[in-house]
Design a protein around this ligand. Structure first.
Ligand SMILES: NC(=O)C1=CN([C@@H]2O[C@H](COP(=O)(O)OP(=O)(O)OC[C@H]3O[C@@H](n4cnc5c(N)ncnc54)[C@H](OP(=O)(O)O)[C@@H]3O)[C@@H](O)[C@H]2O)C=CC1
Ligand SMILES: Cc1cn([C@H]2C[C@H](O)[C@@H](COP(=O)(O)OP(=O)(O)O[C@H]3O[C@@H](C)C(=O)[C@@H](O)[C@H]3O)O2)c(=O)[nH]c1=O
Length: 280
């Protein structure tokens, strides 16, 4: 196995790097500066004849509010970029793994979304990720993994935001009507790697267990010993540019059935995150 990792310095990219170091997997990590997935010519030069067996694409435009205005940027990275990777993977007979989001769903279903359900995004970011879902099909052997509320190394995840709000205020208002599943990047990388090792291409949902933003933030802040007040709030209160689904829990059906691995609970994953990233 020889893996090309794109978007290698994001949360998930770093989780894969750590995992591959531990497992002794031969890999090549390329960040945005070194390899821009929106440039097909550059991709061909970087991949052709290098002996890669797998590409894992962790590159993405993840600014959900920003994508409302900069939708072309989002479509380019999350759509066209994935198409480029699919073309080269197809040309070179390389397996392609890619990640999508719960935000391809509108949240209206009321029960967890399975891999059978039909996407219907509420915002531009969701549209751009759905475009990527369609274009990855150009590759011969693809793994499409939807996940949600990813947290790991780096500054840009919900818990990091909560942490910085908690340093500035002694009273926080957190949405209790927004429910999905927090997903620790290390758990996601591990389960994805097991799929890769199994050679089980196809579509998957991989998340930790469900929680509201409020439950998650409260658990985290109490575990780190924050003494301020946390009040339940409604999503509408925040008047953010992008609409977000209120209930976008993904059902992991198909994962355990394939690799016999059960994703850990969000509580346990959050505790590990605190030990590994916050208190280190
Ligand atoms: N974060 C989340 O909550 C969720 C993420 N996902 C998906 O999971 C995957 C991993 O997400 P995560 O690790 O959190 O993402 P991050 O935002 O942490 O990392 C994305 C990385 O992609 C890089 N990148 C951006 N544009 C390009 C480009 N044109 N070419 C190459 N690299 C580029 C960024 O570099 P730079 O910063 O330098 O631009 C960044 O390092 C993505 O597909 C994402 O959409 C799905 C659900 C939830
Ligand atoms: C400002 C504020 C927001 N919120 C809540 C409401 C709001 O919907 C939510 C937004 O948090 P974030 O900006 O971290 O969420 P967002 O960036 O939309 O998170 C999403 O990112 C993309 C990449 C995904 O794919 C999704 O799975 C999901 O993780 O935070 C509060 O609870 N209190 C506050 O004071």
């Amino acid at each position: 196995m020889k893996v090309l990792l794109t978007g290698a310095w994001g949360q998930l990219g770093q989780a894969f790097q750590e995992l591959f170091e531990k497992e002794g997997i031969h890999y090549c990590a390329r960040g945005h500066q070194e390899l821009d997935i929106t440039n097909l010519q550059l991709l061909r030069e970087a991949i052709r004849g290098k002996g890669f067996t797998h590409i894992i694409n962790c590159a993405a435009f993840n600014d959900v509010d920003g994508a409302e205005k900069e939708w072309q940027k989002a479509y380019l990275v999350n759509g066209i970029g994935v198409r480029n990777l699919a073309i080269v993977a197809q040309e070179e007979n390389i397996e392609l793994m890619h990640f999508s989001t719960d935000y391809v769903f509108d949240g209206q279903k009321g029960t967890p979304y399975t891999i059978f359900d039909t996407p219907c995004p509420l915002n531009r970011y969701g549209e751009s990720k759905l475009l990527g879902e369609r274009l990855i099909l150009l590759a011969n052997k693809w793994y499409l993994i939807r996940t949600s509320w990813v947290f790991g190394k780096g500054r840009n995840n919900f818990l990091r935001k909560v942490l910085s709000w908690s340093a500035q205020k002694d009273r926080l208002r957190i949405a209790c009507d927004e429910v999905s599943s927090p997903t620790y990047a290390n758990d996601l990388a591990w389960a994805s790697y097991l799929l890769l090792r199994e050679g089980a291409w196809g579509i998957y949902h991989i998340t930790n267990t469900p929680a509201s933003r409020y439950q998650w933030a409260e658990y985290f802040l109490r575990k780190i010993g924050w003494k301020g007040a946390i009040e339940p709030a409604q999503q509408e209160e925040f008047s953010l540019p992008a609409r977000r689904p209120k209930f976008s829990v993904l059902d992991n059906f198909g994962l355990k059935e394939t690799i016999n691995f059960q994703m850990p609970s969000w509580e346990e994953a959050t505790e590990r995150f605190i030990r590994e990233e916050i208190l280190k």
